[in-house]
Design a protein around this ligand. Structure first.
Ligand SMILES: Cc1cc2nc3c(=O)[nH]c(=O)nc-3n(C[C@H](O)[C@H](O)[C@H](O)COP(=O)(O)OP(=O)(O)OC[C@H]3O[C@@H](n4cnc5c(N)ncnc54)[C@H](O)[C@@H]3O)c2cc1C
Length: 146
């Protein structure tokens, strides 16, 4: 059986912003080559493709959840953890070795498994806006950042 992603057409995009949050966690923003951010729904993901030098620059693709708001038409934001154990992950290592201005391949948003229901119990549309807030703690020598 063929892989579905093999049939999808890879598009090009540019990483316009890379911000390391900690050594193995970063925010990546990308802007499609044509500048158009496609419509998507909260909970969907895009598929990023990176050429892997140790594999004859074969394009390897991985799914990443979209972290930016669907109303944002300036960029697509992703929050990605660099997989390093037991061996360096192929796509995340390529991403963490890249930087602002780098070109990436991508496949537009898809996925229905993680979407939020927009219907109330009576079937009518739920127009409430959901704001998600979280926090974490980073411990460095003698320094706590909340
Ligand atoms: C719907 C969806 C959404 C996702 N969203 C996000 C997201 O928002 N953010 C995010 O960070 N991730 C997300 N992921 C995970 C992401 O798709 C990748 O799986 C992840 O980034 C690792 O990819 P990689 O190519 O770097 O690692 P891979 O190269 O695929 O490696 C995966 C694991 O296998 C191990 N491994 C690789 N080769 C070997 C080997 N020869 N022997 C032993 N072990 C080996 C690696 O050490 C690693 O632990 C999502 C996944 C899905 C399915």
């Amino acid at each position: 059986m063929s892989d579905l992603t093999d049939m999808a057409i890879d598009k090009k995009a540019t990483l316009t912003y890379v911000q390391l949050m900690k050594e193995d966690l970063a925010v990546f923003r990308l802007v499609p080559e044509d500048g158009i951010i496609p419509d998507y729904e909260t909970g969907q993901f895009i598929t990023l493709g990176m050429p892997i030098p140790s594999e004859d620059n074969k394009l390897i693709r991985r799914a990443y959840s979209i972290a930016s708001h669907p109303e944002n038409k300036k960029f697509i934001e992703l929050v990605i953890r660099w997989v390093r154990k037991p061996l360096p992950g192929r796509v995340t290592t390529a991403l963490f070795n890249s930087g602002e201005g780098s070109e990436v391949s991508w496949i537009p948003p898809t996925g229905t498994a993680l979407q939020i229901s927009e219907k109330l119990a009576d079937g009518s549309k739920d127009n409430r806006r959901i704001v998600c807030v979280s926090h974490g703690q980073v411990k460095q020598e003698g320094l706590n950042n909340f």
